[in-house]
Design a protein around this ligand. Structure first.
Ligand SMILES: Nc1ncnc2c1ncn2[C@@H]1O[C@H](COP(=O)(O)OP(=O)(O)OP(=O)(O)O)[C@@H](O)[C@H]1O
Length: 240
């Protein structure tokens, strides 16, 4: 596991084809302790994906720095769209970040078993439901044993029962392989069910309007009344 220190002096998107430029972050700081599960809540278009991309190193076009504690942390990123390669089997998609060869394939197979999809190992992604594709994406993310896991609305567009099953699966996977998690969602309830800390973002440039630790037991997280109380405590600023 690895802590994350995010310090963005400035992130701006340049104007495109006559449109205005946009300053998404200015003097933004967020420090995340090793092993925390931080849910990021904020209105659409505010900059949540931009933040994950910066932390992931996919967007170097900003002023500032992202520091990880611990040497060379392994980082996995689960996107809103599962982004499976359609020309590769399910097994090969999970094996993608692993060393080539039999050992990598064995680990990929074990991950597929863990997410309940062993029998679909040889299928191609187009045959899978969205929920199954998301399971494969989770298996691929966990296959490397990540120290840091970035998740961008990984359970959006599923029905409630399907989303609840994936939340359970994520909790189980994390129980076996603890990681520091930065999880973007629009859904307060999802945030309360999963996170150890909820950070609410607002405005342009983005600022943190609420930063709430959550020390709930498993029983409290499963209680609709408790969840509603925390959702209300998040205040009017939080969406969802
Ligand atoms: N490559 C880009 N070029 C120009 N503007 C961009 C680019 N990517 C994002 N933006 C703008 O930056 C802002 C933040 O985008 P971002 O995708 O980070 O928001 P978000 O909070 O993740 O949104 P959503 O919840 O809808 O996914 C938006 O106004 C978006 O239009």
């Amino acid at each position: 596991m690895s802590g994350i220190g995010i310090d963005i002096a400035e992130k701006r998107y340049k104007a495109q084809a006559g449109g205005p430029g946009r300053e998404v972050f200015r003097s933004f700081r967020l420090d995340i302790g090793a092993g925390e599960f931080v849910a990021l809540l904020g209105e659409s278009g505010i900059g949540k994906t931009t933040l994950l991309n910066i932390v992931a190193g996919l967007d170097p076009d900003f002023r500032g720095q992202v520091r990880f504690s611990g040497a060379a942390p392994r980082l996995a990123y689960a996107f809103q769209n599962p982004r499976l390669l359609p020309w590769r089997s399910v097994l090969d998609n999970v094996a993608l970040p692993l060393p080539a060869g039999e050992e990598g394939r064995r680990r990929a197979r074990a991950m597929l078993e863990e997410v309940g999809l062993a029998e679909l190992a040889d299928a191609y992604p187009e045959r899978l439901s969205l929920g199954q594709q998301r399971r494969v994406a989770l298996a691929r993310a966990f296959a490397i044993g990540p120290d840091v896991l970035l998740m961008d609305e990984p359970f959006v567009s599923l029905d409630e029962a399907g989303a609840a099953r994936l939340r359970d699966l994520l909790r189980r996977l994390l129980a076996g392989r603890p990681a520091t998690v930065l999880f973007v969602t629009h859904d307060r309830r999802e945030a309360v069910e999963l996170a150890s800390r909820i950070v609410v973002l607002e405005g342009a440039p983005v600022r943190i309007v609420r930063d709430m630790p959550l020390a709930l037991t498993a029983a409290e997280r499963a209680s609709p009344e408790r969840i509603d109380a925390v959702r209300r405590a998040l205040g009017a600023e939080a969406p969802g």
